[in-house]
Design a protein around this ligand. Structure first.
Ligand code: XMP
Length: 503
């Protein structure tokens, strides 16, 4: 395994993920936690970036002892400067900062094996190494940073001022692969090992304790629930609240899958209850608040019947951790997520077995656990469900219309093989009715809007260009097969200024 010592940089979990991509296990621990180094006996150590300057009085620096272990070490950004400082080099603030894509030139080095001599790397620094420590050679430079990389090859110490972990560093993947080779790692770690280890750790931690999980049917909570079920079996209770605003057949599919695992599965059909609460309500934020509240009420009622539990499971994944760490911004929409729910449940501790994984790693873990492909590949679906994909008042008829139209859209997109490129795609019911002609008669029916977006972070998004033949096939089928719809529109707005969902 490779151990990442965290000095507080923004991309530190990304470093771990880049290592894991090479089938080498990797964990991130606080830089101050030197005991972890002794305990885990890593084959390689990475010192991360961080916001500090190495020359301030209380700078956190790795102990000299770290460099006496005989283990290869890679320092990145602050980690590179920390290595320089501890080993006797000089680090100072530069007159010119480097931020963003920067051209670098590398020379021969094991770390840069097969790396193009000139390439673009991602920089983010003002301090830099002015003098390399004794026995180090400089192996890369940029126009404003003469020591963009340095190394002591005899000791396998490497330092890079740029960030090889971010995608903008074109040769980053090769650099991590080279470091893994330098460390002599066997490259035999797989997601199955994560699954086995996590189940063992959960077993040891929870023992005979009682565990409760609010299941949404989405990928994250499903994978978390199955991990827990493998660890504690019937001591886990999963509560799945069907608010009647799920996609077509989704509630039945979730019940089917979870019926097959060793756990207590409780499905609550609360569709009518939600519709009653939503009657006459048209304002988007009120709809969101009502759905979120009602969800809590239903969950609370069920939990009371279950009684006190020891642990509450949440399917938090790494991007959620990053996002929740960001500062406050304007409330565009109040998000509701089963993950954030129950302050009222009587429990000792929250368990988040996926906290360190990225979405695609969670999907991989789901496959290892035997979850079906249609669940593992599920696109994001908002907590308030179709309630925010029906503009205006939500009624049972409208839910049926949007479910049917959405099912056709998804089916055709999948058949055309376009789904793999899309981050999210769905049908929404506009509140607009317009005149049409069907057979020989006049119609006055609803318009369905189709949406498909490309995005990796969901904070911004662009509208995807769906092949015209696919769109016209979908439009045709929707107006023919879904009663109450006579027009289909495609939403070609990006976010911003629009949002991905309609409400
Ligand atoms: P917007 O509409 O804000 O959506 O551009 C961005 C992403 O967030 C999802 N979304 C939600 N997810 N609870 C969730 O769990 C919510 O209340 C919620 N609202 C929006 C949306 O589907 C998209 O992926």
């Amino acid at each position: 395994m490779i151990l990442v010592l965290d000095f507080g940089g923004q991309y530190n979990q990304l470093i771990a993920r880049r290592v894991r991509e090479n089938n080498v296990y990797c964990e991130v621990h606080a830089a101050s936690d030197f005991d972890k180094v002794r305990e885990l006996k890593p084959e390689g150590i990475i010192l991360t970036g961080g916001p500090q300057s190495v020359y301030v009085d209380d700078a956190s620096l790795p102990p000299l002892e770290l460099f006496e272990l005989g283990v290869p070490i890679l320092g990145i950004c602050y980690g590179a400067q920390a290595m320089a400082k501890v080993l006797g080099g000089e680090v100072k603030s530069a007159s010119v900062s480097e931020y963003g894509k920067t051209e670098i030139e590398v020379s021969a080095s094991k770390l840069f094996a097969n790396v193009e001599k000139k390439s673009v790397a991602w920089m983010s620094h003002t301090d830099r190494i002015f003098t390399a420590p004794k026995d180090f050679v400089v192996t890369a430079s940029s126009s404003d940073c003469p020591i963009a990389a340095m190394e002591n090859p005899a000791k396998n110490f490497y330092a890079v001022q740029f960030h090889p972990e971010v995608v903008h560093t074109v040769e980053g993947t090769k650099i991590f692969s080279n470091f893994v080779d330098i460390c002599g790692c066997a490259r035999d770690w797989k997601m199955s090992s994560f699954v086995v280890d996590t189940i063992a750790k959960l077993k040891a931690k929870i023992g005979g304790g009682k565990v409760l999980c609010a299941l949404s049917g989405g990928v994250d909570s499903s994978v978390a629930a199955v991990l827990l079920s493998k660890a504690v079996g019937k001591n886990l209770t999963c509560v799945f609240v069907d608010h009647g605003l799920l996609r077509k057949n989704e509630a039945a599919e979730v019940a089917d899958v979870f019926g097959g695992f060793d756990l207590n599965f409780i499905k609550i059909d609360a569709g009518e209850r939600f519709l009653n609460k939503l009657r006459g309500v048209v304002e988007p934020e009120r709809k969101r608040k009502i759905i979120g509240e009602e969800f809590i009420r239903v969950f609370e009622e069920v939990s009371k019947k279950i009684g006190a539990v020891d642990y509450l499971v949440q399917g938090t994944i790494y991007p959620d951790v990053i996002e929740s760490g960001l500062g406050k911004s304007a409330v565009i929409k109040s998000h509701h997520n089963v993950g954030g729910l129950p302050d009222f449940v009587d429990f000792k501790e929250i368990v988040e077995p996926l906290r360190l994984l990225f979405k695609d790693e969670v999907r991989q873990a789901g496959r290892e656990l035997g979850l079906p492909e249609n669940l593992v590949n599920r696109q994001p679906f908002p907590g308030p469900g179709l309630g925010i994909r029906i503009i205006g008042e939500v009624t049972a008829d409208k839910v049926k219309i949007v479910q049917d139209a959405d099912a056709i859209y998804r089916e055709e997109i999948f058949k055309a093989g376009v789904d793999k490129n899309l981050a999210q795609y769905f049908a929404a019911l506009t509140n607009m009715r317009s005149v049409g002609v069907m057979g020989d008669g006049r119609t006055y029916d609803f318009a369905i809007a189709l949406r498909a977006v490309l995005t990796s972070d969901f904070m911004t998004a662009e509208s995807a260009q769906i092949p015209w033949d696919v769109l016209s096939r979908v439009a045709n089928r929707i107006v023919n097969e879904v009663k109450g719809v006579n027009r289909v529109l495609y939403d070609c707005t990006s976010k911003p200024p629009a949002t991905i969902e309609f409400e």
